[in-house]
Ligand binder design. Structure first.
Ligand code: IMP
Length: 185
């Protein structure tokens, strides 16, 4: 059993659905931790892990993710949760009004920790574009404005299963599962 420390039920649903068929079970710990102001998602999770390790017994998982918009120099990136709370998805779309360049990518960094042991970090990415208006009510966060490459619909218009087949978080979960399988031997 791994404790997934997250306040976000959407993240928990996605990762549980991905790992359960592989026999990896997660418990959710609904706890917020301070997010270090840093340039890289990896620095954010490593800082948080130091705090979480003092509280959680056994193995735990932390997820920090961000949306990186090319025409904005990678913004909001590590500031994604702040921009979600202030501008929201529609506000981010407005920043791109009139722009033809709409490329963006989601990134997820997972940290698997356990007090006293060196942490492991896993990554996942998903390339796509920013939609012209928010579409769909599925998923969470910026899902209604993100169209993954090769699709016409936004993540917000997809089922959990469809998002989980291609998303940044699903990729990170696959890397985590691969590590756990190898460790079990
Ligand atoms: P966090 O700091 O990892 O919780 O996420 C930063 C911001 O990005 C939050 O506002 C999330 O709602 C948003 N976000 C994280 N992952 C996703 C995703 O898979 N889809 C859409 N938005 C996401």
């Amino acid at each position: 059993m791994i404790t997934f420390v997250t306040t976000n039920p959407g993240k928990f649903r996605e990762v549980s659905a991905k790992l359960a068929p592989l026999g990896i079970r997660l418990a959710r710990r609904d706890r917020a931790y301070p997010e270090l102001q840093a340039d890289r998602l990896e620095d954010v999770v490593r800082f948080a892990a130091g705090l979480v390790a003092k509280e959680v017994r056994g193995e735990f998982l932390i997820d920090d993710s961000g949306l990186f918009v090319e025409a904005l120099g990678g913004f909001p990136g590590v500031y994604s949760s702040y921009v979600y709370r202030t501008l929201g998805p529609a506000g981010l779309v407005r920043l791109l009004q009139g722009r033809r360049e709409r490329a963006a990518r989601f990134e997820t960094v997972f940290l698997l920790g356990n007090r006293g042991r060196p942490p492991r970090v896993f990554r996942g990415e998903c390339e796509g574009t920013i939609a012209r208006i928010p579409r769909g009510h599925g998923g969470f966060g910026f899902d209604p404005i993100f169209v993954p490459t090769g699709a016409r619909r936004t993540f917000g218009e997809m089922s959990l299963r469809e998002k989980n087949a291609i998303s940044h978080r699903a990729r990170a979960a696959e890397a985590l599962a691969h590590h756990l399988r190898r460790r079990r031997g």
